[in-house]
Design a protein around this ligand. Structure first.
Ligand SMILES: [Mn+2]
Length: 285
């Protein structure tokens, strides 16, 4: 499979038959998403669920979260945890074996919550399980950005941020819809931007401040994750939905957030409570 040939930025039309939802970083928290989808009576026949990536690692059920990739209503982008997984299995994906399993325990992927993959390793054949192989190939096909709908209805989904390489010098801190349209049409994305789309924390850590406007003129609402906070934060049209799903296994205040595009409301599920709660309405800006 030639992963490099697939486009990094892909477009989908608005959902004219059902509703759209976006979920924050899953990190293996399958049960929490299950509860949220029940709470909104998600209808797989017409509704769609977008994921900001980081389906795997750290939480209890990474493989089941990966298996959402086989559902036709599920649309994810690549997070940095998917990138680490693909990087580690690059030669395996192109037909190589896995003889040196001991090496996996020293990889970035393993050290960042990837121990779960041991349960998918078939030592007698020095291969991963067929299900893992199938889902890993799916991960290889994920884009970095989804562009959904047009005009007023348009929104984006990506893992980290659309911060512009010239953000220090220029008044324009982030890429705009017109730039992203160029990428959809096949325009090249510079290497630094590609890195930021998946790994960047400039906006949510360095630039984040109460003075930074929630919306950026010219940039449609862009749902992202990657940087945990107890609350959904909005800066320069980015809405960060990573509210620390896996951290709710041990701490209060965190959970998995599901955002409803049509209702502009958010629900949250956490391991500390059996209830799904409405967080607050947002995007008042
Ligand atoms: Mn991440």
């Amino acid at each position: 499979m030639n992963i490099e040939s697939l486009p990094h930025v892909r477009a989908l039309p608005s959902n004219s038959n059902g509703r759209d939802f976006v979920v924050g970083d899953l990190h293996g928290c399958f049960d929490l998403l299950d509860r949220l989808l029940d709470a909104v009576r998600f209808d797989p026949a017409c509704d769609r669920l977008f994921s900001v990536g980081d389906l795997v690692d750290r939480g209890p059920d990474s493989l089941r979260c990966m298996s959402f990739l086989e559902a036709p209503w599920f649309h994810a982008v690549k997070g940095n945890h998917e990138s680490m997984l693909l990087e580690y299995f690059e030669s395996y994906l192109s037909g190589g074996g896995l003889d040196d399993w001991a090496q996996v325990t020293r990889s970035d992927m393993w050290l960042n919550g990837g121990e779960w993959i041991a349960s998918c390793y078939q030592a007698n054949e020095a291969r991963m399980s067929p299900m893992f192989d199938r889902l890993l190939e799916k991960i290889g096909t994920l884009p970095l950005v989804w562009v959904v709908g047009e005009g007023q209805d348009r929104f984006h989904v990506l893992h980290a941020e659309l911060v512009h390489p010239d953000y220090r010098k220029s008044r324009q801190k982030v890429w705009l819809d017109a730039d992203i349209d160029g990428w959809v049409a096949g325009g090249k994305i510079d290497a630094l931007t590609q890195e930021r789309l998946v790994w960047g924390r400039t906006l949510m850590m360095m630039l984040a401040s109460p003075a930074l406007p929630a919306m950026q003129p010219g940039l449609s609402t862009t749902y992202c994750g990657h940087t945990i906070d107890m609350w959904v934060r909005s800066y320069l049209s980015h809405v960060c939905l990573d509210t620390g799903a896996y951290r709710s296994l041990e701490e209060g205040g965190f959970g998995l957030t599901l955002h409803s595009i049509h209702q502009q409301r958010q629900l949250r599920a956490s391991y500390g409570s059996v209830n799904v709660v409405e967080v607050r309405s947002l995007l008042s800006a």
